[in-house]
Design a protein around this ligand. Structure first.
Ligand code: CU
Ligand code: CU
Length: 344
């Protein structure tokens, strides 16, 4: 959360220099290995000075969506490569590679991310409860990483105690349980850094009987500290500020919409999802199909998630956004465009 900047204004330095010196002090202080930390932070700051300049280029109105398109991400599900095991169980095999990758979080605003398969969030891993999952993880990044899956599995598949070094690989193998909306993310220390850098994704375990037919959308709430002050300057769902306001999500009148909404925001204690002109069914963690709360706002801690279902009676444009107005104004804002149904 951005706090008033006035109390930092006693250095007598020009704004940019001042920000850099504050960031550097904090990075050194927080670094476990001082010398490595200094080298990393100095490099990062130099890149930042270069990269922040295009912010002033007001000619650009959108990010380059050829690298990552949040609209495409909404409905992209990775079901893996399937095969049948001798016992009849379905096996799904996934390939995930960690890379260092620059991403664009607002027009001309770049962030030096660490990613799974080149994007933040990483691919949405989807399966059915009881499937055998085999996740081939390769670390092509510059730091040790892991994949920690939420859900039920053996201790040595938890992605916590076996950091995978750069250039090395690891196979995570477990049965998908329980059904619900889960997450996966890196669990290497310092966790705050590895998460904020972008190593996370959605993990959906469908119930064996399935959920009712719906338009399904994945929304991971996140934020980016672009000036190294330990606070987010950019907020979004699926990384790009204001993307779904610029590119409203089309839905049809009376169509059932299901949003898999999770919170991966670092630095802030809470984030939230608020829907206009409607109420939604809230299934916390998506782990049951019967019990829900009817509301229009849900507050989620980092790592919490929910399955949200609704249908619109009325046509037109309806906002959805964080109910923390500050987050909404810094990018976590979108629009559903309800159109006349073409459904039979
Ligand atoms: Cu990591
Ligand atoms: Cu977690």
């Amino acid at each position: 959360m951005k706090k008033p900047k006035e109390n930092k204004d006693d250095s007598g330095l020009p704004a940019e220099q001042k920000e850099v010196s504050v960031s550097r002090r904090r990075l050194i202080k927080s670094s476990v290995a001082g010398a490595v930390g200094l080298a990393t932070s100095a490099g990062a700051i130099n890149r930042r000075e270069k990269k922040m300049k295009p912010v002033l280029d007001m000619g650009r109105t959108d990010v380059d969506t050829s690298k990552f398109d949040p609209t495409t991400y909404l409905t992209s599900f990775d079901y893996g490569t399937t095969s049948t095991l001798p016992n009849g169980q379905t096996q799904r095999e996934y390939s995930i590679t960690a890379t260092d990758q620059e991403i664009e979080v607002a027009p001309g605003v770049y962030f030096n991310a660490w990613t799974y398969n080149g994007t933040v969030p990483g691919p949405t891993i989807r399966c059915t409860e009881g499937d055998r999952l085999k996740v081939n993880f390769f670390n092509a990044g510059s730091h040790p990483h892991t994949i920690h899956f939420h859900g039920i599995h053996a201790a040595d598949m938890d992605g916590v105690f076996e950091p995978v070094q750069p250039g090395e690989s690891f196979i995570y193998e477990f049965d998908a349980a329980p059904m619900g909306f889960h997450l996966y993310h890196c669990h290497t220390r310092p966790l705050k850094r590895h998460l904020h850098k972008g190593l996370y994704g959605a993990f959906i375990i469908d119930p064996a009987e399935g959920r009712p037919e719906a338009k399904e959308l994945v929304m991971l709430m996140n934020g980016f500290d672009t000036n190294f002050d330990g606070e987010n300057e950019i907020y979004a769902v699926n990384s790009v500020a204001f993307h779904y306001e610029k590119h409203p999500i089309d839905i049809q009148q009376k169509e059932l919409v299901r949003v898999y909404c999770g919170n991966l925001t670092e630095f802030d204690l809470l984030n939230s999802f608020h829907l206009h002109g409607n109420m939604f069914k809230l299934y916390r963690t998506g782990t049951n199909l019967n019990h829900y709360e009817l509301t229009d706002t849900v507050m989620l801690c980092q790592g919490e998630r929910a399955v949200i279902e609704f249908t619109y009676e009325h046509l037109g444009k309806f906002m959805f956004h964080a109910h923390q107005s500050e987050f909404a104004e810094l990018g976590w804002m979108g629009v559903f465009n309800v159109k006349e149904s073409t459904l039979a």
